[in-house]
Design a protein around this ligand. Structure first.
Ligand code: ADP
Ligand code: MG
Length: 639
């Protein structure tokens, strides 16, 4: 073994630098954090070649005293904490005093800074962490850090860098997060001379969201506001119809710091259960404020992971706030008339063209005449189990007059879950250190549909119920609405349907995989009303079916269930059961293209108008809206 010896400070610095500075985006993150900690109102980030050749961060913050400029670049040199006790309540973004030392040790760096009270500023140059010189310089108040030739002296690290485009994109993402974290700061991002981001810094989170995500996406977000014991959450979440294929639009912040948190992600996503489409993820910009001593930010060098004192509290505060936000959203997607939806409405309907809502089956003949009520009177459901048991959750609120009607689906459940009143304000102690984010702007489209009288004006294509209400017309997809009503009812009843024995068994041959899957889950099938047996030769015999199922739907229902069993093999029982209920709810629903009795249409409309039903279980909307103004524009009665 070679002798043991302490590493030279230079080598130790390089090792430490590797932990903080992984890539250009890490430099952008650290320098912008410093700017925010310095109280800047505006921060400009400029990069060239993905940040590899140049990163310049300019702020109008407090600046650095001439005699402290050199100190700032020493390891463990910080103005933000002094004693070990300060570690228990960290209110700044930085505190380790390592970033500047790390960045300087792997680049050529120039600092230019001036405090408001100093007549002259300071210029300081470093190379590989070694100070080249310091002199007085005329400059505006604030600080500019110019970082050139990142990793020039660590060729091993250099090799790991991706293409400029990828590194540049990561830098932009870092600035976007800061912009969403601090709407009170105006951010500008310039890549290779081109401005790619500009936020107003007006303190409104919605303005920052608009600037970062763009107009179309921003329009699909609704405000969130909620509080729990010693904590508060606010921000925006996407409507179920505006969910995306990735989690890339999920931004969580704790006391102004961007974080990744499993509890918060789960709290968000579970609020969308049965509302979003499979494989799509909600977006959010959620700010959680907790008491400083309730969160440990010191668990990771780049401080992206945080530990909460009360993970459960965090989960339920976020979860119920999001549920309430989704429940409170009364807006409906707008129908497009000849491509002329209003600007505000266009954003919403991007994801749901009218023709996408349901595909009417071709034949308009109805195989079975419905006796009304087709499925017998629906029992009043017992309260559904809350996703997270909270002792403080009050009983379900009294049902509204509209919901009192003996609907086929008394779908008040999701409402009961979301109407948990928000508890009184958070602790009296000042939680956030920086200026709090101003309250979110009023909801994007807030209309109280319950107030206005409405009536059914007709039915289109045996598929869409036309409801006139005040100055607008709603087109309700009767199948989607009914499917949702069924689903909520089945779920509330912990669904166990009447089974109907077939006079002679129905035999069919599914694909070999489906055959195996169905046989593996006979018990589960039994619970949803199917009695199935192996018929030999790859075939199955179906002896009984749920009472509402059409004979013609047996095979399609079972193969659909098989598909779900295959897909959800890895997920929890509850999810799998919900998936199967989706199928059953769909099969039990009145079909688009078929004639329905007026009472059935009335019931579906009732549920939609009372706000009980908004999305089908797959997240498709059940109703779209058309305003009188839009129609009048079409007929040139208005411009
Ligand atoms: P930390 O942020 O953890 O304190 P850094 O190495 O990032 O450590 O910065 C060291 C110190 O330099 C900070 O504590 C702060 O006093 C000063 N500083 C860094 N950047 C700026 C800036 N943009 N404006 C004013 N002071 C700054
Ligand atoms: Mg710092």
């Amino acid at each position: 073994m070679p002798h043991i010896a302490q590493l030279s400070p230079h080598v130790a610095d390089l090792i430490a630098a590797g932990e903080v500075v992984e890539r250009p985006a890490s430099v952008v993150k650290e320098l912008t954090e410093n700017a925010i900690d310095a109280g800047a109102h505006s921060v400009t980030v400029e990069i060239q070649n993905g940040g590899m050749t140049l990163i310049r961060v300019t702020d109008d913050g407090c600046g650095i005293a001439p005699e402290e400029c050199g100190t700032a670049f020493l390891r463990h040199a910080t103005s933000k904490i002094r004693t070990e006790h300060d570690l228990e309540a960290i209110g700044t973004l930085g505190f380790r005093g390592e970033a500047l030392a790390a960045v300087a040790s792997v680049s050529r760096l120039e600092l230019l800074t001036r405090r408001e009270t100093d007549p002259l500023g300071t210029a300081l140059g470093l190379e590989g962490g070694v100070v080249l010189g310091q002199e007085e310089a005329g400059c505006p108040q604030g600080t500019t850090m110019l970082v050139r030739d990142l990793f020039y002296n660590t060729p091993a690290r250099l090799k790991f860098m991706k293409k400029d485009a990828a590194e540049g994109a990561a830098c932009l993402a870092a600035v976007q997060r800061q912009a969403l974290a601090h709407p009170e700061v105006a951010f500008k991002f310039i890549r290779d001379g081109k401005q790619e981001l500009l936020t107003p810094g007006d303190g409104r989170l919605h303005s920052a969201l608009y600037a970062v995500l763009g107009r179309d996406l921003a329009l699909g977000f609704v405000p969130v506001e909620g509080s729990g014991e010693d904590m508060a959450v606010s921000g925006f979440v996407s409507l179920p119809t505006c969910c995306r294929g990735t989690r890339g639009y999920q931004f969580f912040f704790v006391n102004g710091r961007y974080v990744k948190s499993k509890s918060m992600t789960a709290a968000l996503e579970q609020a969308y259960a049965n509302q979003r489409m499979v494989g799509k993820f909600p977006g959010c910009v959620l700010h959680l404020t907790v008491k400083l001593n309730q969160v440990d930010v010191n668990v990771h060098p780049t401080k992206q992971e945080v530990k909460f004192g009360a993970e459960r509290q965090v989960f339920s505060t976020v979860h119920y706030a999001v549920l309430a936000a989704l429940g409170a959203d009364k807006s409906r997607p707008a129908a497009t008339v000849g491509g002329l939806a209003s600007a505000a409405e266009q954003g919403r309907q991007t994801f749901l063209p009218l023709h996408d809502v349901a595909t009417p089956k071709a034949p308009v003949s109805r195989p079975k005449t419905p006796e009304l009520p087709a499925r017998g009177p629906a029992p009043v459901p017992p309260p559904a189990p809350a996703p997270v048991p909270t002792p403080s959750r009050p009983a379900a609120p009294p049902r509204t007059a509209a919901a009192e009607k003996p609907l086929n689906a008394p779908a008040t459940l999701p409402k009961a879950e979301v109407q948990r009143p928000v508890e009184p304000a958070v602790s009296a102690e000042p939680i956030p250190v920086r200026e709090p984010v101003s309250p979110p702007p009023p909801p994007l489209l807030e209309e109280d549909v319950q107030e206005l009288p409405w009536h059914i004006a007709g039915e289109l294509f045996h598929t869409y119920i036309m409801v006139e209400q005040g100055d607008k017309v709603l087109l309700i997809d009767k199948h989607a609405a009914h499917e949702r009503m069924n689903f909520d009812r089945m779920r509330a009843e912990d669904y166990s349907p009447m089974s109907q024995i077939l006079l002679s068994p129905v035999v069919f041959t599914p694909a070999p995989e489906e055959h195996a899957l169905l046989l593996e889950h006979l018990e589960e099938l039994d619970r949803v009303g199917f009695e199935v047996e192996d018929f030999g030769g790859g075939s199955l015999a179906v002896r009984s079916i749920p009472d509402y199922l059409e004979m013609g739907d047996i095979e399609s229902a079972l193969t659909e269930i098989a598909g779900k069993l295959a897909l959800t093999g890895a997920t929890g029982l509850r999810e799998r059961r919900d998936e199967i209920l989706h199928t059953m709810a769909c099969k039990a629903a009145i079909k688009g293209g078929w004639q329905s009795a007026p009472q059935e249409l009335e019931r579906a409309a009732q549920a939609v108008m009372a706000g009980e039903v908004k999305y089908c279980p797959h997240g498709r909307p059940v109703a779209v809206e058309l305003t009188r103004t839009e129609l009048e524009k079409q007929f040139k009665r208005r411009t």
